[in-house]
Design a protein around this ligand. Sequence first.
Ligand code: F6R
Length: 580
Amino acid sequence: MCGIFGAIANENVSELLLKGIKRLEYRGYDSVGMAVYNNGSINIKKGAGEIDSINKKLNFLELEGSCGMAHTRWSTHGKPTDKNSHPHLSQNKEIVIVHNGILDNFLKLKNDLIKKGYNFLSETDSEVIAHYFEDKLKNNLSIKEAIKDFIKDAEGTFAVLLMHKFEKKIYAIKRDSPLVLGLSDNRFLLASDVYAFSDLTSKAIFFDNDEFAEVSESGYTFFDRLGKEKNKTIKEFEWEQDESNIDKFEHYMIKEIMEEPLVAKRLLVSLENEQKDNFDKLVSMIKKSRKVLFIAAGTSYHASLLGAYYLHKCGVESQTLVASEFQHFATVDKDTLVIPITQSGETMDVIEALKYCIDKKAKVFSIVNVPYSSIQRMSDASINILAGQEVCVAATKSFINQAVLLLRVAKEFSYKVNLDNISDEIRGVLDKAEIIKKLAEEIHNKPDLYILGRGLSYPVAREIALKIKEISYIHAEGMMGGELKHGTLALIEEGVPVISLISNKDYDMVSNTKEVESRGAKTIIVSNELSGDFKIETENDGKFGILATTFGQLLTYYIALNKRLPIDKPRNLAKSVTVK
Ligand code: F6R
């Protein structure tokens, strides 16, 4: 994962870099570092920990110069330590790099370099890149020639920014990991995504794979893998800039949950207006396909399970597979419509599965939140869920809009649902936060939690369990109610909390609830038609799936608040998962 940010301007860039990297912190927060070029010298500060605390210790703003780069890390190779933090220097201290991605063949490259006498200070795969370039330059290659070799020799994924001590320039190289150049008045900005600089400009150029650019004060040039100059199109992108502001909320998570009524409405309005053509296209592509196959990971996978349920109920053959296992279980051909669902549009597991589908000649229609993301650009067509920036690592409002979109699609295939009042119904759940707070108080100290669902409420049970695990640090299982008696029931004993999601009058779910109650479980019944602990105010089963998720998100938030956990930045995680 990791976030990278580079800037060349006619002003001191350290403040720009700090702000940019802070906006990318959701991509990883194990360590942070900055390198600034200043008249033939490169100065670096870096350390393990979150940006604010490391900045307090090191004061990045002391770095002076008008060309520089910064990095925020999610550890893959090597623990989160000062030494493993980026930027990494070459041995002769003339070249500095930051890297996002994984070099699959780093051990081979590293061993070759060790044989040539290079010493490594870190355990990272990335440090190889700095030494690799030093070695190439020692052999009288220019940086551009060395980059061509690097693209040939490197296996794996990379977005790399590189500076040389004797040039006020940044070289940027990309394969699979995201990279974009932002154009803002007298500044050139290089970043992992447009959000990093969306407060400064709405003009950007997106890198394609195995492409590189040379960026200086006076301009930029793009090259293909063979070093041939390329013309690139400048894209004007739109991104709601206000939404990242935390306003009056204590955490982004609660802010983003509270935005759900608004963003659901915004999406539905757009499907009748500016996104109507895309929406009609999605419906027509489903009609023309033999089957629909969703690909997604994590929370987006749970939304896709809901989508597969909704479409299946309307007689559309549809399935979903977790992206990382896709190639082992999927049968795809030219008559399959593949629908990747992804908030970030950058999830590497989804990208890999998608490449496999494209190879098999399947049609691809993606559902994304981040515009111009890699997955959107790989697709035949795409629609935006318009949830706006999600800063909290846990996906909340993006899940709601993914599900709302899928339900709206199902409606076109005769799923009976009125979506006109969905925003009010979500608000109805939010208005009952006090009840949810009390439930959270009752269970926040429990070590285990089970959530049961059937059919449409099964994906919701999985999604609530995921939220509880990642944000509340409680072991949680989201289960099919029917599967309980096949093993897991053995774990139910006096006082174990079990949340039962009962949509309409699902009597099988009622039986499963009784089964755990008779073994001493403390059940929390969430239902729209039956009496219980939390009432979801809707007549419709499709919408129950969405509203019960909002209930689960709030429950998660209040449990984590009780436990004083780092809600927006849970340990070991990052928002955009750009590694396999
Ligand atoms: C959980 C969460 C993750 C993501 C998953 C896929 O709260 O956010 O499970 O859903 O990493 O990410 P996207 O949707 O960006 O492909």
